[in-house]
Design a binder for this molecule. Structure first.
Ligand code: SF4
Ligand code: SF4
Length: 347
């Protein structure tokens, strides 16, 4: 599809048109010295130069808390649909990759209507990274750039102009909101290619010593490694590494009875495998009571279990959020996988 070029002013007009379109626009904005996705009220608040957001945009497809159904105690129930048209604007490639993984997971086996209804009404506008964050390692994970999973792709060129290329019909429709623009020139396309090549190399604050595709095999031989116990000794079981992760999708489901004691709602909310009671079941039996087992499980899930469900894709996209969020400084997947690599090579 053709690539359009917007001057900064033309692009702001395009964003203003999105805001006025009647759809919710969720976009990265400054928040207390960091960045967060939130409802966009004005084009001036949009930060195309953000490094990374505190929470990933997955919160719009899988909200922290979501009512699934409402019920009468001992009687009828009705499914609750909280989906609405939404433009998710300015999503970095690694977060696009994470949402694509969740799309596969939530549509295979048990089709998750609550997730998919939200996802189907969403238009994803991807944005090539302008400012690398302090812990990003998307270059190692092959997620520094993306070619699918979005509707429109934006690239900010060095002079501040913005290139936009639609990848789907939804993306084409969104471009109809844009006022004036010009077709991108050969020089513009070369400049975009140079940005892609640079990001594929330079989003590398940590470097994985093997190809991501090797991780399932590496983990086949690492279940009893000492690293799990060593790292877990420092772990607070706070679950922050799970909560900030764009590929963690575990949730808990609970019923709440209203004050009238006649009606209630069923909700799901984010859960995390590092939390002590994550694997507790009826009868108060905890299948993963041991901290080291929980610590190991997270890294196995990213590097082996989830890839086994989605054609080998590694469930870590290298956003680096867990590294920043962990007060004990032990959540870095690269550090652990590299340690396993070294010991495997030495062994
Ligand atoms: S494991 Fe860490 S670096 Fe990997 S996707 Fe999750 S939060 Fe990002
Ligand atoms: S953020 Fe760090 S301390 Fe908290 S559960 Fe994760 S690994 Fe443990």
């Amino acid at each position: 599809m053709s690539v359009l070029k917007f001057t900064r002013e033309q692009f702001e007009n395009f964003v203003s048109a999105m805001v006025k379109s009647g759809q919710s626009v969720m976009a990265p904005q400054a928040k207390n010295g960091r960045f967060a996705f939130g409802p966009l009220q004005s084009a001036a608040d949009l930060r195309l130069d953000y490094d990374v957001t505190i929470l990933p945009p997955k919160k719009y497809v899988l909200p922290q808390t979501q009512t699934l159904l409402e019920f009468e105690v001992g009687g009828a129930f009705r499914s609750v649909d909280s989906s609405q048209p939404m433009i998710l604007l300015g999503v970095h490639p690694y977060d696009v990759a994470a949402i694509s993984q969740m799309d596969e997971l939530f549509s295979q086996d048990q089709y998750d209507k609550h997730y998919m209804d939200r996802r189907c009404k969403m238009t994803i506008v991807a944005l090539d990274v302008v400012t690398p964050s302090e812990n990003v390692f998307a270059s190692s994970m092959g997620t520094a750039t993306v070619r699918k999973g979005y509707d429109l792709l934006l690239t900010v060129l060095k002079d501040g102009s913005v290139l936009a290329e639609a990848a789907t019909e939804k993306g084409q429709q969104l471009l109809k909101l844009a006022g004036s623009s010009t077709p991108a020139s050969e020089a513009d396309l070369s400049a975009r290619k140079a940005i892609w090549e640079s990001n594929e190399k330079n989003l590398d604050k940590h470097v994985l010593k093997c190809k991501p595709s090797y991780l399932p095999k590496l983990l086949d031989h690492s279940y009893e490694h000492a690293v799990w116990e060593e790292m877990a000794r420092l772990c607070y079981s706070c679950g922050s590494c799970n909560q900030v992760c764009p590929t963690c999708y575990c949730f808990d489901v609970q019923d709440f009875v209203n004050w009238d004691l006649k009606t209630g709602r069923r909700q799901r909310c984010w859960d995390g495998c590092l939390l002590e009671n994550f694997a507790t079941v009826a009868g108060n039996h905890n299948f993963r009571k041991d901290r080291a087992a929980r610590y190991r499980h997270r890294l196995y899930r990213k590097g082996k279990y989830v890839p086994g469900k989605i054609g080998g894709q590694i469930a870590c996209v290298g956003c680096g959020r867990c590294i920043t969020a962990c007060t004990a400084k032990i959540a870095n997947p690269v550090e652990v996988y590299n340690r396993l690599m070294e010991d495997t090579e030495l062994g």
